[in-house]
Design a binder for this molecule. Structure first.
Ligand SMILES: [Zn+2]
Ligand SMILES: [Zn+2]
Length: 411
C-alpha cells in the first residue's frame, strides 16, 4: 500500500471509530452489580452546585442494558458520565433532569436557593473510575459540574436496611433486557391489602393501554412497592402538580427492585400528576389517570415536552427562545433540522396553519403548528393533537422517540 493510501485507510478507520467507540465492553469494566449515588443539588436560576451525599451498594444486579451503556440522546438538563480512571474512556452515561429545572423558572426560583435530591443508579465499576455530574453551559453543551473519584477497593458503601414491600406485578424476563417499571404506592396506610392490589392492577393496565406502550407489553417488567413517600399537590403553586421532593427516600423504598423508571401512584382521587425525564412520574387515582399516566410517562420515559399552551403557569418561561429546545417534539425553528423536518411531507408549509377540522381522537397531518411548550407564540409542535397536548394519541414525532427509547433498554 502506498503511503497516501495508508493515510487514507487510517483516515477511514478514524471515520468509523465513533460508532465503534460507542460499544463498551460491560464485563471488562463492570461487576454486574449496581452503584447508587444519592446527590443533592442546591441553587436558584443564578446557578447551582451538586454533590454526592451518600454512596450505596444497591445489592442488586444491574437492571439496565449491558450493551447500550452510552446515552445516544442529547436530552435532559444533566448527565452522569462514568469514565475509566486509567484511560479516561467514557464507559457509562445517562441524561436526566430534576424538578429543579422547573423550580428555577419560577418567580421564587429566580431569587431563593433551594435544595433538591437526586439519585443516580449506575453499573458497579470493577476498578477506579471518575464520575462526572454534568450540566449544560450557556450554549447548551454538557460540561462537567462536579467530578468525584470512585475506587471500589477504597470507598465504603452504605446499604439499605428497610425497603418497601415488593410485589411482582408482571415480569416478562431478564431485567437487563426489559424496561423495568416500579410503581410505588403512596398513602395506603390503613387501607386494605386488596385495595393496593386493585390499584396496582389498574395502573399497570393503564400503562399498557395506549400505543406505543400497548405494543411493547412484553418489553416491560412491572413491579409494585408499598411504602410511604411524601407526595403533595400544589408543587410550585400549581394545584394539579403532584410531586415528591423525597427522592432518596423513594429509592430507599424501591431498595433492590430492578428500576429503570418510577411511577408514584398516589392514593387520592383528585386530578393531578407530574413527571421529570429519567427521574420519576407521579399519578393520582383520578378517573383521568387513563390519560394522565401515559402523558406523564411520555415526560419521564421519553423526555417529551408538553405541547400545550399555558402562559399563566408559574414556570411557563421554561423553554428559552434563544436556543433550540432539548425535547424532540417541540421547536422554535432555530435548528429545526435536528427535529422532525425530515419527516414532513413535501410541500408542508412552515409554520403550518391550524386545521380545526381534525377531531381530538386523531393527531391530524404532520406539520409545524404554532403554540407549544406553554407558549402561544414562537414555539411549534408536530401535530394538531397529541397525548402531550390534549390526551390524543401520541403524534408520530413523540411515538418515534418512544420507540427509540425502547431500543435503549431492551437490547
Ligand atoms: Zn405534561
Ligand atoms: Zn407529540
Amino acid at each position: 500500500m502506498k503511503a497516501k493510501n495508508i493515510l487514507l485507510a487510517v483516515l477511514l478507520l478514524f471515520a468509523v471509530l465513533p460508532a465503534e467507540a460507542a460499544k463498551v465492553n460491560f464485563k471488562k469494566y463492570f461487576t454486574g452489580g449496581t452503584l447508587r449515588l444519592d446527590c443533592v443539588r442546591e441553587g436558584n436560576a443564578q446557578g447551582d452546585t451538586v454533590w454526592v451525599s451518600r454512596w450505596l451498594d444497591r445489592n442488586a444486579a444491574w437492571h439496565g442494558s449491558r450493551t447500550q451503556l452510552l446515552d445516544p440522546f442529547d436530552c435532559g438538563d444533566y448527565r452522569v458520565v462514568v469514565r475509566d480512571a486509567r484511560s479516561g474512556q467514557e464507559i457509562y452515561s445517562r441524561g436526566y433532569s430534576n424538578l429543579f429545572r422547573e423550580y428555577k423558572a419560577t418567580e421564587k426560583g429566580r431569587r431563593v436557593k433551594m435544595r433538591f435530591e437526586e439519585t443516580l443508579l449506575v453499573p458497579m465499576p470493577k476498578r477506579a473510575v471518575r464520575i462526572a455530574l454534568q450540566r449544560r453551559d450557556a450554549d447548551q453543551r454538557m460540561v462537567d459540574a462536579t467530578v468525584v473519584d470512585f475506587d471500589p477497593s477504597v470507598q465504603r458503601l452504605d446499604t439499605i436496611w428497610r425497603q418497601g414491600e415488593r410485589r411482582d406485578l408482571e415480569v416478562h424476563g431478564d431485567p437487563s433486557k426489559k424496561v423495568d417499571v416500579v410503581i410505588v404506592a403512596q398513602g395506603y396506610d390503613g387501607e386494605s391489602p386488596q385495595k393496593v392490589g386493585v390499584d396496582f392492577y389498574r395502573m399497570k393496565e393503564i400503562l399498557f393501554g395506549k400505543a406505543p406502550f400497548s405494543n411493547h407489553r412484553t418489553d416491560f417488567n412491572v413491579y409494585g412497592v408499598v411504602g410511604d413517600v411524601e407526595a403533595a399537590f400544589g408543587t410550585f403553586g400549581i394545584d394539579r402538580y403532584l410531586m415528591t421532593f423525597s427522592v432518596h427516600r423513594l429509592h430507599d423504598l424501591i431498595g433492590t427492585t430492578p428500576c429503570d423508571f418510577i411511577i408514584v401512584m398516589v392514593n387520592d382521587e383528585t386530578y393531578g400528576g407530574g413527571a421529570i425525564y429519567n427521574f420519576y412520574a407521579v399519578s393520582s387515582l383520578h378517573r383521568m389517570a387513563e390519560y394522565v399516566l401515559p402523558h406523564e410517562f411520555g415526560h419521564s420515559f421519553g423526555g417529551l415536552a408538553d405541547e400545550y399552551v399555558d402562559e399563566e403557569m408559574s414556570y411557563s418561561g421554561l423553554h428559552s427562545h434563544d436556543y433550540e429546545p432539548l425535547e424532540p417534539n417541540i421547536t422554535n425553528l432555530k435548528d429545526f433540522g435536528r427535529k422532525w423536518q425530515s419527516m414532513l411531507p413535501e410541500g408542508t408549509p412552515v409554520p403550518t396553519p391550524d386545521n380545526n377540522n381534525v377531531p381530538k381522537s386523531q393527531c391530524g397531518p404532520l406539520g409545524v403548528y404554532e403554540g407549544a411548550g406553554y407558549s402561544s407564540k414562537g414555539v411549534y409542535r408536530p401535530a394538531m393533537h397529541c397525548m402531550m397536548r390534549d390526551y390524543a394519541p401520541f403524534c408520530p414525532v413523540c411515538a418515534k422517540r418512544l420507540e427509540e427509547i425502547f431500543g435503549l433498554y431492551t437490547r
